[in-house]
Unconditional design. Structure first.
Length: 188
């Protein structure tokens, strides 16, 4: 086994590197490599790691992506199963079948573009909440049983609401989320 030691990248999976004289390579931070055999260890810069490993990550990433998506769909199934009995303090209706189907569609569409929700919860306001985190920003989306769709973007560091609004369609929701992951928000 060859240990790649590096300082700035974290990875917990072994990957195959066909252009090296080994079958399996363990990737670990230098601080976590206790025993280093000069004959078996390569020290690569962050850029070299990215170049050599990056093209191969899709092999395991595809399986990981399917696993993550399945976990999210399972969470939605559990929410559906709980129905109206999910809140301890009061009877709050669970999400409707329409909201559950819409949420599954959004999550599946985003997964195909490598965007994954960080958290899925039932909404106290009768629906489902999706939470996305991108660096210091958080996007909260709520799909309500009455058909309304609301969102809020917050700067977690400055503890300020950057944007809030409503969307009216599946395309608007997906585009808002994609924009969130590609847009830099300025907070004064």
């Amino acid at each position: 086994m060859i240990a790649f030691a590096y300082d700035n990248i974290t990875a917990d999976k072994a990957v195959e590197l066909p252009n090296l004289s080994c079958d399996i390579v363990a990737v670990a931070p230098v601080s976590q490599v206790d025993i280093i055999d000069e004959n078996l260890t390569y020290y690569l810069s962050e850029d070299e790691i990215i170049k050599q490993v990056g093209s191969l990550l899709h092999l395991s990433y595809s399986a990981d992506k399917k696993h993550i998506l399945q976990e999210h769909l399972n969470k939605i199934y559990r929410i559906k199963f709980q129905g109206d009995f999910w809140h301890d303090d009061e009877l709050v209706p669970g999400p409707s079948i329409k909201v559950i189907s819409f949420t599954k569609r959004v999550i599946s569409n985003l997964a195909s573009t490598n965007i994954f929700v960080n958290r899925i919860t039932q909404s106290i306001e009768e629906g489902i909440s999706l939470i996305f985190i991108n660096k210091e920003k958080t996007l909260f989306f709520e799909f309500y049983n009455d058909g309304d769709i609301g969102y809020l973007i917050e700067d977690r560091i400055k503890r300020k609401i950057i944007e809030n609004g409503e969307e009216n369609s599946f395309n608007e929701v997906v585009n808002r989320i994609r924009t969130f992951f590609n847009q830099i928000y300025e907070v004064s």
